[in-house]
Design a protein around this ligand. Structure first.
Ligand SMILES: *[C@@H]1O[C@H](CO)[C@@H](O)[C@H](O)[C@H]1NC(C)=O
Ligand SMILES: *[C@@H]1O[C@H](CO)[C@@H](O)[C@H](O)[C@H]1NC(C)=O
Length: 189
């Protein structure tokens, strides 16, 4: 019986713990908000050398007023300064992944199951102004989880989340052109 439990726990651990950065399990220095996400968001490019380089990223309400924590119960505007080293892009698919922090397996990010709902979203009709021009530009992307109320209902309020947002060029074999990892505290009301 015990060995069945171990096997079950191992399967659950593999399913819920990959992917996402891990942290050595240590209660003493397990922060409630990793990377001080209770104070400010943090972000980085998940992959270097893609067609689009992102230099700044800041979240706000739709009216442009800075907001922190972000509210996932309403659309969030992410304003970025980007440089597109390739041609203008007008056929983009977005993939969004979500992780929550902590949980019963300790101090780490846990991939949140989105059941494919947030894969291959037509970005040009869902929040990304297209075409994305060649060269430097300011891009205003709307991240809107409101159509996914069943997912949002399962999340914890006022908790840290990690969101990966990547864009693929659908006119060029779905090649990934941009990838941002964003960590933020989120409110659900
Ligand atoms: C904190 O942010 C850095 C990037 O600035 C990242 O490499 C690291 O994985 C983050 N830590 C956690 C626990 O997410
Ligand atoms: C912008 O929108 C937020 C949320 O709806 C609101 O609280 C804030 O007062 C607005 N700011 C301005 C300048 O209208």
């Amino acid at each position: 019986m015990f060995s069945y439990f171990i096997a079950f726990a191992a399967v659950v651990a593999v399913v819920f713990c990959s992917p996402g950065p891990r942290y050595k399990h240590n209660f003493a220095d397990c922060p409630a908000f990793p990377n001080k996400t209770d104070i400010a968001p943090t972000w980085w490019q998940c992959t270097q050398g893609l067609a689009i380089t992102t230099n700044t990223a800041s979240p706000s309400f739709m009216n442009g007023t800075a907001e922190y924590p972000i509210h996932l119960s309403a659309p969030v505007l992410i304003t970025t300064d980007i440089v597109n080293s390739g041609p203008a892009l007008s056929s983009l698919l977005a993939d969004i992944s979500l992780w929550e922090w902590g949980g019963w397996l300790g101090c780490s990010w846990h991939s949140f199951p989105t059941f494919g709902l947030l894969d291959n979203i037509n970005a040009c009709t869902h929040g990304t102004p297209c075409p994305v021009p060649a060269g430097a530009s300011k891009m205003k992307t709307v991240i809107d989880f409101t159509p996914y109320a069943p997912i949002i209902k399962l999340l914890k309020n006022a908790a840290p989340y990690q969101i990966q947002y990547s864009l693929k060029d659908h006119s060029n074999g779905d090649k990934v052109v941009s990838c941002i990892m964003f960590q933020s505290e989120a409110l659900l009301q």
